[in-house]
Design a protein around this ligand. Structure first.
Ligand code: DC
Length: 218
């Protein structure tokens, strides 16, 4: 595998998605959103009326998931059991359970296998929580994006997600903070800054500034 991997990690709403997409476009690389896969599994579990806290049932359900990937216009897309998932995986019900589901070792093992296979399709910018630490420890360059919790809550609140319309900035901040706590404290592959990652605080930067900064560092 000789393709170039750029890892972009960081907490929820730190700007990873927009920055990673912009960076991939600028470099002509493919873009992959690893969180979308954990969200898709969580969606499937809830759709099947499986209790996300029941590890055995969650693990069993993985056998019924068939994931297919394709690259379209530089974006790695997926179909879960032939179904395309978009806004449904951004719902607050998914935000609530995704950290619980993604802490299950068998779930992580499966997703990491899918993520590594994406490197076969070309040069890649991948965003997530453990891309630089676990998925691609030998990535060409690693970035860790962060921003103040207030700024992250404001950004997420302003995103056009239907559920966030009915939530206050304070409620969004609480939801993000709960997820950050779970993501940072889980036993396997917690959110952590890779020792060789460049940390960028995006609190007072706009997307273009972050993309330009990363591009200048590459
Ligand atoms: O990036 P996101 O907010 O869409 O990710 C949703 C959840 O998926 C996040 O709260 C934790 C999990 N996740 C993970 O455990 N590892 C990753 N590499 C990406 C996401």
């Amino acid at each position: 595998m000789n393709n170039i991997i750029i890892a972009v990690d960081g907490p929820s709403a730190s700007g990873k998605s927009t920055v990673s997409k912009g960076l991939a476009r600028k470099l002509g690389y493919n873009y992959a959103d690893s969180g979308a896969l954990y969200r898709a599994i969580t969606w499937y579990i809830l759709d099947c009326r499986i209790d996300p806290n029941n590890n055995a049932a969650v693990i069993k359900s993985l056998d019924d998931i068939k994931m297919q990937f394709n690259v379209l216009n530089g974006v790695v897309n997926f179909l879960l059991n032939n179904r395309s998932l978009t806004s449904e995986i951004r719902a607050e019900s998914i935000n609530k359970y995704v950290s619980i589901v993604s802490a299950v070792p068998e779930v992580r093992e499966l997703v990491v296998k899918w993520l590594r296979s994406m490197a076969d399709c070309g040069n890649l910018v991948m965003e997530g929580r453990d891309i630089g630490t676990v998925v691609f420890p030998n990535a060409y360059k690693k970035f860790y994006l962060d921003a103040s919790s207030e700024e992250r809550a404001k950004r997420r609140h302003n995103e056009n997600v239907p559920q966030s319309e009915s939530m206050s900035v304070k409620e969004v901040k609480e939801s993000l903070s709960n997820r950050d706590k779970l993501d940072s404290s889980r036993k396997i592959a917690p959110l952590r800054i890779a020792s060789d990652a460049k940390v960028i605080d995006t609190t007072s930067m706009d997307i273009d500034q972050v993309v330009d900064k990363i591009a200048s560092l590459l």
